[in-house]
Design a protein around this ligand. Sequence first.
Ligand SMILES: [Zn+2]
Ligand SMILES: [Zn+2]
Length: 360
Amino acid sequence: MPTDDNNFKSFPCHGYAVHSATSPLVPYNFERRALNPKDVLISIEYCGVCHSDIHQAHNDWSCGRYPMVPGHEIVGLVKAVGEQVTKFAVGERVGVGCMVDSCRACDNCLAEEEQFCLKHMVMTYNDVEMDLKTPTYGGYSDCIVVDEHFVLRMPENLDPASAAPLLCAGITTYSPLRHWGVGPGYQLAIVGLGGLGHVGVKIARSMGAEVTVLSTSPEKASDAEMFGAHHFVDTGDPLALPKLHDCFDVIINTMPVNFNLDLYLNLLKADGALISVGMPAQIFSFNPFSLQMKRRSLCGSFMGGIAETQEMLDYCGEHNITAEVELIHPDDINQAWENIIAKKARYRYVIDCHKIGEQR
Ligand SMILES: [Zn+2]
Ligand SMILES: [Zn+2]
């Protein structure tokens, strides 16, 4: 960890990178930029392992930049601040999610939807800064430098390791639940009980919806109930979904793989919405009749703005919502990725970044 708080010097950083779409994560040393006046240096404590880290590393979305240091569910302590930083002080516990900058001047940025920036939304890793050339490196590392606008305040009552996944899984599910006004009286289905899905169940339950989990893993039924789901449906049973036609106001699909869209659209009531937040690499197709005959909507949602992300963190603090996590040593990240692909994760791996560079 850097101890040098001289604002004119860059900070040595130790992390893990993939060097191609087919190579494993290996230790990688690089530098974080010297602090600009609005920058915050964060000593990373924990970083969640998101399924999209694997998609990015394997170049499933055809936009891989290497070397790539993944990780966008970052929690840490403020180690130093630039001279114009007003939001944070040294020692505070903070978070960084999926983005670290945007133009801040376009219509979407001004509407606090920086994730939809019309110029360039800078992703936390596998992207370039606003200068369009400096690569961004993520949270599988021991420190990061981020402009204070894109740094979040972590609720003090939440366990920092379990709260890390809120920075992606939390906001990705909270934002559509809020946008579509899900609350008491709503029949909500969540497809997939993984990293995103299990946090979505907890948040939706706390908002007062009647929550049904649709999952291919019947062994997760008791977990679904523990997270707050009222009902669990094993979608491997071919008779299960046809019984649920016209049942739901909103369905949130968290699955990172392709599935039969018509089958799920037909589970919606009239005017219902199927919202996709999982990010499969494949193209979907569907029968337009599945929408038209009941005036249904097929929608997508992508993260949330910074203000909404802070709102989500505060909300999770008030309702004591965190992810179910398994803390791992940094050397075990490759194994964790294999477990995620094999659907063995229960439910989010979180890297203990204190241990980066430590002998076991
Ligand atoms: Zn993510
Ligand atoms: Zn913008």
